[in-house]
Write a protein that binds this ligand. Structure first.
Ligand code: IMP
Length: 195
């Protein structure tokens, strides 16, 4: 079976992606399986730029077909911030809790109809003679208080449209049926099946 390297150290992302791609004929690896794997600096101004950079560096370092995801939470009231800066919204070494707290305070007192946001994921797939990107997004609203303890990142603050529970109140199967990453992964599967 061909190796497919998920170019991230984020165990939550690996879990979601692995779960989603489990039926494909790939031997799924992640950067935590690769000693001295690349530590990509995510300094591109766009999600697409960062996703491509991570997948290219992983492919160059290992020769394996590599898939990387870059995700941002775009809040309309905050002019689409934190966006590409979602991981370090509250500072360089910010925790998920720090970032959620900062967002919660930035949205304090903002009326329900102005709490619209979207999660957007860009997935890059890079291999020999292959360089593709696909995108998936889900709109929803930012909660006033954190709800739920599953998932990661901003999950406790985001309720997707058409649902009453936050991502953090859903298990991995539910999140994988509707999330921004799942939408991008559906397109990534088409790319993977065509190569
Ligand atoms: P990255 O640069 O793609 O690793 O993601 C940036 C940040 O977005 C992460 O540190 C998380 O805080 C957040 N993030 C990414 N994906 C998700 C998700 O599926 N749910 C909630 N937060 C996420």
């Amino acid at each position: 079976m061909t190796d497919l390297l998920i170019a991230t150290n984020n165990k939550h992302k690996v879990e979601e992606i692995r779960h989603f791609l489990s039926k494909l004929p790939f031997n799924i690896r992640s950067l935590s399986d690769i000693p001295n794997g690349p530590k990509t600096i995510e300094d591109e101004p766009t999600l697409q730029g960062n996703a491509l950079k991570k997948a290219r560096e992983a492919f160059q370092a290992t020769g394996m077909l590599s898939l990387a995801d870059d995700t941002g939470l775009e809040v309309f009231y905050l002019a689409m911030k934190p966006g590409v800066y979602s991981a370090r919204y509250a500072g360089e070494n910010a925790t998920y809790q720090d970032n959620c707290d900062k967002l919660r305070f930035a949205m304090l007192g903002v009326a329900p109809r102005r709490r619209k946001a979207q999660f957007r994921t860009v997935i890059a797939i890079v291999g020999k003679g292959i360089e593709r990107t696909v995108e998936g997004a889900v709109e929803g609203i930012i909660l006033e208080v954190l709800r739920g303890d599953q998932g990661f990142g901003y999950d406790p603050l985001f309720v997707p449209n058409g649902f009453s529970r936050s991502y953090a109140e859903m298990n991995i199967e539910e999140k994988n049926q509707l999330s921004h990453r799942a939408r991008a992964l559906e397109k990534a599967v088409e790319v993977l099946q065509s190569i």
